[in-house]
Design a protein around this ligand. Structure first.
Ligand code: HEC
Length: 292
């Protein structure tokens, strides 16, 4: 059945057709013209032709990039080959025949009290100024939440004050006792400034290093109204803390073996752990060129 209003242009396959739009228009016209089959579809023999023409135009206008089998460029092959050869050579010369015992991780273990970076010794501050600086930072980070930045503690929560505490500056105060409080923690009743507290002071010995404990104690001994080390060399350095650890032997620093006030009181006030003051060798070490 032909439609006079839509005269079909001369079918001219692909050649001379410039755009999909053109071919579409052309096809529509053809379809309108074509005799339909009973089910309303164009006769079967027209289909391949129509679709092929459409595809041909689309393919020509938008040339799709294809997954290719282009040969690997020569220079890529060269670079890759060189790297591979170098890698093989490197493995061959550096792996000691892939023996599993050649690289022994236990060689990397830190010495006792060593720092994370291999072979870099911990700092060992000796002056009041240095200890106070490190100690101040540590105090704010570790102790202040309980004992408060102003050293007053929280009596309502069983946390005793440090400012004016006899355990830091009064008649219970000794370096050996203080080191043990911070190393192992303190539990059980303790009297501070006329009041008895019964809380749990957490152990720090498995968390803080010796010089840090020395610094934080020096800070507490010399802050607020406390002035235990005024005009003297600081009483507590890393060596003091180290000596207390050594004397306590296998006592655990993980909080399972805290000290108690009565136990501390068994240590005479003039008691000090042997080795608590820097040993001569240690002093010699300090004469090494000062660190920047
Ligand atoms: C979780 C809270 C808490 C933290 C953190 C804490 N303490 Fe304590 N501290 C206590 C309590 C509680 C006591 C009393 C323990 C008792 O009743 O036996 C105490 C007791 C003390 C004492 C002896 C009593 C006194 O008041 O002088 C000293 C010294 C001390 N702490 C120093 C420190 C230092 C230094 C730090 C930081 C390294 C620190 N504490 C961190 C809770 C804490």
């Amino acid at each position: 059945m032909s439609t006079p209003t839509n005269p079909a242009p001369e079918p001219d396959p692909v050649v001379g057709v410039d755009s999909v739009l053109d071919i579409h228009r052309q096809l529509m016209a053809e379809l309108n013209d074509a005799s339909m089959t009973a089910d309303g579809m164009p006769p079967e023999d027209e289909e391949p032709d129509t679709i092929q023409r459409l595809l041909a135009v689309i393919a020509r206008e938008n040339a799709e990039p294809r997954d290719g089998f282009e040969p690997v460029p020569f220079w890529v092959a060269c670079v890759f080959g060189t790297l591979l050869a170098w890698g093989g050579y490197y493995l061959g010369t550096n792996t000691a025949d892939f023996r599993k015992d050649v690289f022994d991780r236990s060689d990397l273990r830190m010495p006792e009290g060593g720092s994370a970076a291999a072979n870099v010794p911990d700092p060992d501050p000796q002056t009041l100024e240095e200890l106070m600086k490190i100690g101040g930072q540590k105090f704010q980070a570790v102790c202040a939440s309980c004992h408060q930045p102003n050293g007053q503690g929280k009596p309502a929560e069983n946390i005793p004050p440090l400012d004016g505490s006899e355990w830091l500056v009064g008649d219970q105060a000794s370096a050996a006792r203080q080191c043990r409080i911070v190393l192992y923690g303190l539990s059980g009743p303790v009297t501070v400034k006329g009041r008895t507290f019964n809380g749990v002071m957490p152990n720090q010995g498995n968390i803080m290093k010796d010089y840090e404990i020395a610094a934080v104690l020096t800070y507490a001994r010399n802050s607020w109204s406390n002035a235990a080390d005024k005009g003297k060399p600081p009483a507590i350095t890393a060596a003091t803390v180290r000596a207390a650890r050594a004397k306590e032997g296998t006592r655990k620093t993980n909080g399972t073996q805290p000290v108690s006030a009565p136990e501390l009181q068994k240590l005479p006030l003039d008691y000090s752990d042997s080795g608590a003051t820097p040993t001569p060798e240690k002093k010699d070490e300090k004469k090494d060129p000062p660190k920047p």
